[in-house]
Design a protein around this ligand. Structure first.
Ligand SMILES: [Zn+2]
Length: 174
């Protein structure tokens, strides 16, 4: 896979994701939750990636149920750049939903690998900032995660090693 192809893939896939989100907002007028994994595209097709993705879905559904909210509908797509899951959540508050999901990102053993975005019923992203949370840290060096990602600071091997360690701790990806 050349860099050009993957950049193009990333661009169109993200654009299509935005369209799917806005389509769901219009149809349901409810907050939309989007799950992706914080992992390099090169690891998207690995067997353990599927396991990690499924454990994120389980954690999200469990949390929503715990809070007495409902998943109105769910879309899961597997793309070249990775899998994504969209949930339409019947909750009175997109902010509370964001807080509950940040709790998963912080407390779940694999949570560092989860990327859970929320848009409210008006189609606006609920940011970590609006919930008074700091930007996410890189799972390897503790700098701001978006800086490491945009500068490719870490090698695939380094990242894969870190993921394997997390998986061992959770005993899910043997
Ligand atoms: Zn880093």
């Amino acid at each position: 896979m050349t860099t050009e192809t993957s950049l193009h893939d990333v661009f169109t896939s993200k654009q299509q994701r935005t369209e799917r989100q806005h389509d769901l907002v219009q149809r349901h007028q409810l907050p939309i939750l989007t799950l992706t994994l914080h992992m390099p595209i090169a690891l998207a097709k690995k067997a353990y990636t599927k396991v990690i993705f499924q454990s994120a879905i389980d954690a999200i559904q469990h949390k929503i149920k715990q809070l007495n909210w409902e998943v109105e509908t769910r879309q899961i797509v597997h793309l070249n750049i990775g899998s994504e899951a969209l949930f339409v959540v019947d909750t009175p508050s997109a902010n509370l939903l964001k807080k509950a999901m940040m709790q998963i990102e912080h407390e779940h053993k694999l949570g560092q690998l989860f990327n859970i975005d929320i848009i409210n019923r008006h189609g606006k992203t609920v940011s970590r900032k609006s919930s008074n949370m700091a930007a996410r840290q890189c799972m390897i060096c503790q700098q701001a995660a978006h800086i490491c990602a945009s500068t490719n600071r870490h090698t695939i091997e380094e990242i894969e090693n870190k993921i394997m360690k997390l998986c061992d701790a959770e005993a899910v990806c043997a």
